[in-house]
Write a protein that binds this ligand. Sequence first.
Ligand code: HEM
Ligand SMILES: CC(C)=CCC/C(C)=C/CC/C(C)=C/COP(=O)(O)OP(=O)(O)O
Length: 301
Amino acid sequence: MQQTQIATTPSFTELKDLIQLYLQLGKFRLSMMVTFTSLVGYLLSNESDFKLLPVGILLAGTLLVAMGANGLNQWWEQERDGRMLRTRQRPLPSGKLSSVHACTICLLWTIAGLFLLAQLNLLTALLAAFVWFSYLFLYTPLKTRSSLAILAGAITGALPPVMGWTAATGEVGLQAWALGCILYIWQIPHFLALAALYQMDYQRGGYKMLPDDPEYDHATRSIIVVFSAALLVVSLLSPALGLGGIVYFICAMLGGSWLLIQAVQLFRTFSRPRARKLFIATILYLPLIMCALLLDLLFKN
Ligand code: HEM
Ligand SMILES: CC(C)=CCC/C(C)=C/CC/C(C)=C/COP(=O)(O)OP(=O)(O)O
């Protein structure tokens, strides 16, 4: 009797391991960051007071749909992920989760997330469904075909703040678009810096998102500089549309200039440490800007 119980009831360690695998499958940190941007979009609308229930629903719904999308992308790419050093330890290629298990849980996360968002309003749920769809059915298949995939991939980062805004107001707003635009531009240096670090890996996986040049193509480095400069300009112009105040402006100027300096240094001479520094700058830039926007809101209210 006791033996049966040991065999069928998962132990605490097994449960902990399973949760760990789920977090990897849904790219928890990245999904949390995406969810944070939707929260900022919600609060920027200033339409409603901070109400715990709709905010909780927005956060849970966005996180679930984002994790569902990330996990289904890994399900789709499991064979290629198995060929790449960066990704071969993921739950699916490492065999720690079965394909059916992963696919089922990600579909459940997606359905649960969309259901939650629909409780706020249909527009927010539709936007989430569009992001989910474009990530899986536009960006993911394009990755093996063209370097333009990134332009589709960046939609995924641009729309979550807009979703936050629509969750609060039921309609889209100018400031949310401005923030979405900043995020869209930000993703280009974010990804291209990382791609410089994992160039060979991407080739191993059969992805066509990058030039095959081991010295990291001049054109790609120019694109990084152009988008980093555009990020600085657009982020500094955004207060004209009502996005952010003085804290945001200072942070956007300092953070954006820092990112641009890293981009220019990488442009001058390619090296992996320089690419890594640029990637880290992009990772730090995002929470910096989001927190600055929240601080300005706090001072305003
Ligand atoms: C075109 C869009 C994007 C691409 C191609 C991209 C690509 C990636 C990749 C491949 C990594 C993993 C690095 C590694 O395995 O070492 C990564 C890390 C990260 N990305 Fe992005 N990303 C994109 C958009 C976003 C967005 C929209 C956010 C958040 C709003 C984001 C936030 C992060 C964070 C926080 C990390 C580091 C944490 C982690 O590794 O889990 N990214 N990105
Ligand atoms: C609300 C909602 C649905 C939000 C979407 C959140 C989401 C799916 C963000 C992912 C952003 C992105 C393009 C990551 C890179 O994928 P990749 O396939 O290039 O990464 P990999 O090489 O590590 O697999």
